[in-house]
Ligand binder design. Structure first.
Ligand code: PEP
Ligand code: MN
Length: 359
């Protein structure tokens, strides 16, 4: 069966596990044997070529480690996967007998590299998993799928591993869930699994992010596991032991997408109430913009600029103070106020400079 079909039909419990990097034959064989005891683990991973941000980090052992992963797969009756970033990697992985290849985030970002890998796989029918690019660019992610499809590689799966940001206080790579949700909207037939290891960079947050992914209908998880995580040669803080993996998987609640008519009635009742509030919110926003236009008229008559920096700073700080009492996050209040402000500026611009606007 195609890997994508298997993942789609797994009832959202497809698990890919294994070490960030293959370090020794013993390490690969021991962690794979331990995680294979867990029925949910269906695909074994190990990084052979590691794209590291800084040159002095461990960059993977390369080809010599490939047979260890393949051996672990055979011993445990499971398929194997590794990351490939160029044609030479593809050829070596195919020759060694790795079952599934994945494209890393630092490769998806580069169309030349993606095309080179796609061309190298032409005619092989290999399953490929494509991680999101490191930057939150949906088109680049979609483009990578299209490059493989164009050469006839159609057994494709998406992996969401979060997006790079400078110094985030919680995540190594922010999830920006709207991007994988948009991918699902565009390509509903492509299964998508979540890699909470690279999103969190922290084993203590794996459960929380994994549960969220399942609640957003992801089809499975990729979780890095290691016999001795604290001493791993790469990504030590985010890896878990086989037991740690089992703990996480045991605690996860897999909820269903379907619901009974009885529940549907209750949900619809609430949704109707939500729709009434949404209606009111939009009407209020429209009325608010009419007031902005009146302000714009006065500004035009008196030759005053649109942006009144101090006034805006006062409004923002006043609204942010209300956030806690209203049980809203400050970040959300900030986003809403910024959006309202932008729309208000558009309305005032229209009133104040009608001739400079086209259309
Ligand atoms: C990995 O899975 O080990 C890896 C390097 O991931 P990413 O491409 O998401 O950084
Ligand atoms: Mn890793």
């Amino acid at each position: 069966m195609r890997l994508a079909d298997k993942i789609n039909q797994s009832n959202r419990s497809f698990v890919v596990a294994g070490p960030c990097s293959a370090e020794t034959r013993e390490q690969v064989l021991s962690i794979c044997a331990d995680i294979a005891k867990n029925d949910n683990v269906q695909l074994l991973r190990a990084g052979i070529w590691k794209p590291r941000t800084r040159p002095d980090s461990f960059e993977g052992l390369g080809e010599e480690a490939l047979p260890w992963l393949v051996e672990a797969g055979k011993l445990n009756g499971l398929q194997t996967t590794t990351e490939v970033a160029n044609k030479a990697h593809v050829e070596a992985a195919l020759k060694a007998g790795v079952d599934v290849l994945w494209i890393g985030a630092r490769t998806t970002v580069n169309p030349f590299a993606v095309q080179e890998i796609a061309d190298a796989l032409k005619g092989t029918g290999k399953p490929v998993m494509i991680k999101n690019p490191i930057n939150p660019d949906l088109a680049l992610w979609l483009g990578a799928f299209e490059r493989f499809e164009k050469v006839g590689i159609t057994d494709l799966t998406a992996i969401h591993r979060g997006f790079s940001v400078y110094k985030h206080d919680k995540y190594r790579n922010v999830p920006s869930w709207e991007i994988p949700i948009a991918l699902k909207e565009n390509r509903p037939e492509i299964p998508i699994i979540c890699d909470p290891s690279h999103i969190t960079g922290n084993r203590d947050l794996l459960l929380e992010v994994s549960q969220k992914a399942l609640d957003l209908n992801f089809h499975g998880l990729m979780i890095e596991t290691h016999p001795d995580p604290d001493n791993a040669w790469s990504d030590a803080a985010q890896q878990v032991t086989a037991e740690g993996l089992k703990n996480i998987l045991d605690q996860l609640v897999v909820r269903t997408v379907e619901f009974s008519t009885d529940v549907a009635e209750q949900i619809n009742e609430l949704r109707d109430k939500v729709a009434i509030l949404d209606d009111r919110m939009l009407e209020l926003l429209s009325a608010r913009m009419q007031l902005s236009e009146e302000v714009g008229l006065l500004k035009r008559e008196n030759n005053i600029t649109i942006l009144q920096q101090e006034h805006w700073a006062k409004i923002i700080s006043m609204r942010l103070e209300q956030a806690d009492d209203l049980h809203l996050t400050k970040q959300f209040v900030r986003q809403v106020m910024d959006a309202i402000h932008q729309e208000s500026i558009r309305h005032q611009t229209k009133i104040m400079n009608p001739k400079t606007l086209k259309g």
